[in-house]
Design a protein around this ligand. Sequence first.
Ligand SMILES: C[S@@+](CC[C@H](N)C(=O)[O-])C[C@H]1O[C@@H](n2cnc3c(N)ncnc32)[C@H](O)[C@@H]1O
Length: 285
Amino acid sequence: MASLSPEQVIEGQCQDWNRVAGGWEKWDRFFDEQMAFLNHRLVGDARLRTGLRVLDLGSGTGYPATLAAQVVGAKGSVVGIDLAQQMLDAAERKAASLQLSNLTFRAGDVTTLPFETASFDAVTTRFCLMFLPDIPKAVAEISRILKPNTWCAAAVWSAPDKNPYLKIPLDIIKQFVDIPAPDPTAPGIFRLAKPGELSAMLQQAGFIDISEQEFLSDVRFAEADQYFSSLMDIAAPIQNLWAKLSPERQSEAKQRIIHTAGQYRNGSAIALPIAVRMVAARKPG
Ligand SMILES: C[S@@+](CC[C@H](N)C(=O)[O-])C[C@H]1O[C@@H](n2cnc3c(N)ncnc32)[C@H](O)[C@@H]1O
């Protein structure tokens, strides 16, 4: 298949994430409880403190933007940018319910940031950069909008083998339909899984003090069908593959996914491992 143009990637991402925005809002509390540790890690890696002006890239329904806004407080501010207005609508409702008046959201593309040069004190981004058509361009943009001597902190998915949480349905869908191996440089869930890849892009853009860690944990579910429904409600790229299956095959694949996930039961929970690549870097001052 011919590769997509950057504009087609952006348009596809926008449609995909708008489509699942309702699912993100439905499962918001559950995933916040399960994955808040990643937000805390990003807030730490970005060296957030009171008074800073922070930009959160691909903010979606507001992670880690909401925690960042709590940390920088009334003297600081956070802007979350995302392509998908419906994700941002959910984020805005959450910010209002949390009375976070220092948190605003703006629709836009991370590869062409609509902000002035040297206008932010920190950048955070969780599970966004791997979906961009031109990651080095976005990294150059991050460097442009950051003030000197400030930090960028990113979380991206590591390798599929270390992420049964995502790999289980992908493997099972592949049992039913032929999915060509993705181009390793094409945007997608595991585009930045390779160790050192995002770090090298940051270094190329002039960042220093780069750190990278594969951060291991799990997502815990009461039952395997809770895992299945929540993932299918929020994971736009997996939904796209799922749509290639006939209803009969979907029904069989669902049983297999639930059965496989059930093998991860540990005590009262089904604990599905995740591995997240945490990368932080400083713009020199
Ligand atoms: C998996 S969601 C992550 C949302 C949030 N950061 C979180 O961790 O819960 C990925 C988000 O990246 C956004 N995104 C993808 N490509 C983008 C781009 N080029 N510019 C801005 N946002 C983008 C999508 O719209 C989507 O909301």
